[in-house]
Design a protein around this ligand. Structure first.
Ligand SMILES: *Cc1c(COP(=O)(O)O)cnc(C)c1O
Length: 495
């Protein structure tokens, strides 16, 4: 069956998977969604005998139906190779009575690598299939991790350029260093004076600017997006939910059909939406626990049915979740409204106007799979320390938010279902916050000293990604005002 994609904001016209990947965002500003979520055509028991790459093929072939088997397998094998420091790609680690699904074994030690190592291949294959001759310009806003993962994925990929905007004062020191040392003659990194939401809004405005698109086309360029609004990001993330469930099956940790809870530290709502897609594909998922930090706009939404971004933006120790506009929620709203594009458009208009919208009781009734929770800064730090002292396992701040939220949920509900916590970053990426959480004596020490201390504490080898940036020269130092983002792009491209 061919799966086609349509915008969340207008019904009617549909596009193929490769066209949706190329465009990133639909012309009306909506997000592409599959008209139906496909099922798997082999059993979870069969998948439990497959490796990560084969599992990826089983999932992706259901969504990307205009790719040939050969095209998809080539993309998969180029992505999930020895860039990952473990053969399992996404290992499941049992500690402290739960399973941590480690999604940080790729090139930039954060979960964005899971999708961004394959997106460039999906994109260049899509360009070929659609006879595109323009150079593809990847425009990305990042709260820290996407930027580096996208830069690493696209660096020196022929026919592409990548421009990354990040909040100059809103990412960790290691995150910034990872980006500004990026090699590759087609890579550009720009700090902006605003926060992540400003960066994301600026990027969206450029995508929607028809005038700019015309000028670019004349010069042989067109935009595409590596942000999690691209369906080519979302689908590869479905894979590891299928993979982790089938690993539990393979080990006899769950029986066939036994539901498993997933806890996901959430910002833009991409990762947890992928888990929801996995559930809709047939994976027995119990609760989807959406964990937020102090920017708890999603928690409030699950509690009240009102999404309200009118609040202070808080910088936390889990910066990749410091987000007040969770873009991918639009895809869930569209599904919950029964595919009502008009209503979705109205809500999104309200969000960009008054900064809030409400959903209907009927839609709320369909959200029973989701549970919202949040953890503050002190609770997050305490969870890192607690798990370390109980089991020797050292986790990063984002994972700790999820872990703290899970234990609150479990205490409150007495739900003892087996639970997988998405572990979204290596603790090395946030060494300062992690080490001071474990012991106050580390406060004030510099990042690289703490990285050495972290190795002694955790017994986990320092990843290559961290070793590399110790001595790498700074190659990018552009900073601009939020209002000047487009001017900066024009300058980079020579428009
Ligand atoms: C991006 C990111 C998240 C949030 O994921 P979303 O898909 O935006 O919800 C959580 N943790 C880390 C480490 C991340 O990089």
């Amino acid at each position: 069956m061919e799966i086609r994609y349509q915008s969340t904001r207008s019904s009617g016209e549909t596009v193929t998977a490769s066209q949706a990947i190329l465009k990133g965002l639909a012309e009306d500003g909506g997000l592409y969604v599959p008209t139906v979520i496909p099922g798997l055509d082999c059993s979870l028991e069969e998948i439990s005998k497959m490796d990560y790459q084969e599992t990826a093929y089983q999932v992706m072939k259901q969504f990307f139906t205009d790719f040939t088997e050969d095209e998809l397998k080539t993309c998969i094998n180029r992505a999930y190779d020895d860039k990952f420091d473990t053969k399992e790609i996404a290992p499941l680690v049992q500690k402290d009575g739960v399973y941590y699904l480690e999604l940080f074994h790729g090139a930039t030690i954060a979960f964005k690598d899971m999708a961004l190592s394959i997106l460039p291949h999906l994109l260049t294959t899509s360009a070929k299939k659609n006879k595109i001759t323009n150079q593809i310009v990847i425009l990305t806003a990042t709260s820290g991790d996407t930027g580096k993962a996208a830069l690493a994925g696209f660096a020196d990929v022929e026919g592409t350029r990548i421009i990354v905007f990040y909040p100059k004062n809103g990412v960790s020191a290691i995150q910034e260093r990872q980006m500004i040392t990026q090699k590759g003659s087609n890579t550009f990194v720009v700090g902006i004076t605003g926060n992540f939401d400003d960066a994301q809004s600026g990027v969206k405005a450029m995508f929607n600017n028809k005038e700019l698109a015309k000028v670019m086309d004349e010069k042989g360029y067109q935009f595409s997006s590596a942000n999690s609004i691209n369906i080519g990001r979302l689908v590869p993330q479905v894979v590891y939910y299928v993979y982790s469930y089938t690993r539990l099956l393979a080990k006899g940790e769950v029986e066939s059909g036994e539901p498993v809870n997933f806890v996901v530290p959430t910002g833009n709502f991409g990762n947890i939406l992928a888990a929801f897609y996995a559930k809709n594909m047939g994976v027995p998922v119990g609760k989807l626990i959406c964990a937020s930090n102090e920017n708890k706009v999603l928690f409030d939404f699950f509690e009240t049915g009102v999404y309200d971004r009118n609040r202070e933006f808080i910088l936390t120790s889990s910066p990749s979740m410091d987000i007040l506009i969770s873009s991918n929620l639009e895809r869930l709203l569209y599904m919950l409204s029964g595919g009502n594009a008009e209503a979705t458009q109205e809500r999104m208009n309200a969000l960009s106007g008054e900064g809030k919208y409400a959903i209907t009781d009927e839609m709320r009734g369909q959200m029973k799979d989701f549970v919202g929770g949040w953890a503050g800064e002190a609770q997050t730090a305490a969870e890192i320390k607690r798990v370390y002292e109980a089991s020797g396992y050292v986790m990063d701040t984002h994972t700790a938010v999820a872990s703290a939220v899970y234990h609150d949920y479990r205490a409150k509900t007495k739900d003892t279902a087996k639970t997988v916590i998405a572990s979204t970053a290596s603790p090395y990426k946030f060494a300062t916050s992690v080490m001071t959480a474990i012991d106050e004596k580390y406060r004030g020490m510099d990042d690289f000293t703490l990285i050495d201390e972290l190795q002694k504490t955790s017994g986990v080898k320092i990843p290559k990604a961290v070793e590399e940036i110790r001595s790498a020269p700074v190659l990018h130092d552009t900073v601009c005002e939020t209002a000047d983002m487009q001017k900066t792009v024009e300058k980079i491209l020579g428009l």
